[in-house]
Design a protein around this ligand. Structure first.
Ligand code: FMN
Length: 279
């Protein structure tokens, strides 16, 4: 195995196809951004890198506010569409049937339908070539309460979040371990580790199954069973079919006769193109 070295590029994956909402509740806009991430946890700092040509760049520069909305399967069309259409002359919220909802700490709107929305206040803007990086403080986090259980625990895996990988959108796969599992003490055989127990919970199981289904549907990959051969099925059933008498020879002879009649009836100028010259 060897690696091929390419020229510098943005080959970081997966990244979030986040929907960045901005403007106001009355006149909202949103754009898709994959160049977004976390800078520090305390204070909670984030960034989004936006080309100066985007309408959202203009709105965020003016207001100093934006919202990072996480996207899930129901929002994948909006994530793509808002990433190819500018809101300069269209109302993207209206076009996508989404709701601009008021935030708690800022005037920029959040997307009501998004599972999680991070309210952001810009603290600095840095220009880096093609993109300007809006550095921001996360002022509040809004989470859809359907993902929070009675004990206040957030089950974000239920949200069906999506990822963006090298030009394609994906749903996430199954839970394969929790933070720190690699250093956890080996469990004794009778006791399952905590993360495995959670993966077995009916909610997770359902989520995993539905996510797998979505994945298969999206990629047109269906769980394949080994195809059964007709001969195997018959062998098992014990009914070997009787072979039909081969009548290919008769058919062939008949076809040749008809062909000869056709050729002899054809005008002479066509003979040259025909491979068989009529007798
Ligand atoms: C998956 C995806 C990721 C994108 N990421 C970014 C990004 O990080 N920064 C950016 O400036 N544009 C990005 N874009 C392009 C903008 O979303 C797009 O130009 C959009 O139309 C701008 O909308 P606006 O003019 O209404 O602001 C991305 C597009 C897609 C589809």
């Amino acid at each position: 195995m060897s690696k091929i070295t390419w020229k510098p590029g943005t080959m970081l994956a997966p990244v979030p196809p986040a929907l960045i909402s901005c403007g106001t509740v009355e006149k909202p806009n949103m754009m898709t951004a994959a160049w977004t991430g976390i800078i520090a946890s305390d204070p909670a700092l984030t960034y989004v890198s936006i080309r100066p040509s985007r309408y959202s760049h203009e709105l965020i520069s003016k207001s100093g506010e934006f919202v990072i909305n996480l996207t899930n399967l129901p929002l994948v069309k909006a994530a793509d569409w808002c990433g190819v259409k500018s809101g300069r002359n269209i109302d993207k919220f209206k076009e996508m049937g989404l709701t601009a909802e008021a935030c708690s700490e800022i005037k920029a709107p959040q997307i009501k339908e998004a599972p999680v929305s991070l309210e952001c206040k810009v603290i600095d803007v840095k220009s880096y070539g093609t993109h300007d990086m809006f550095l921001a403080e996360i002022a509040a986090v809004n989470v859809d309460d359907k993902y929070i259980d009675d004990n206040g625990k957030l089950w974000l895996e239920k949200a069906g979040l999506i990822a963006y990988v090298h030009g394609f959108y994906y749903t996430l796969g199954r839970n394969i371990g929790k933070f720190g599992f690699s250093v956890e003490k080996k469990p004794n055989k009778t006791k399952k580790p905590e993360f495995e127990k959670k993966a077995e919970s009916p909610e997770i199981k359902f989520n995993r199954q539905s996510s797998r289904k979505c994945h298969s549907e999206q990629n047109n990959i269906f769980e394949m069973r080994k195809p059964k051969r007709l001969s195997d099925v018959r062998k098992k059933r014990g009914d070997t079919p009787k072979l039909k008498k081969f009548d290919g020879e008769i058919k062939f002879k008949k076809a040749r006769r008809e062909n000869e009649v056709m050729l002899s009836a054809a005008p002479k100028k066509h003979y040259g193109k025909l491979k068989t010259k009529p007798k």
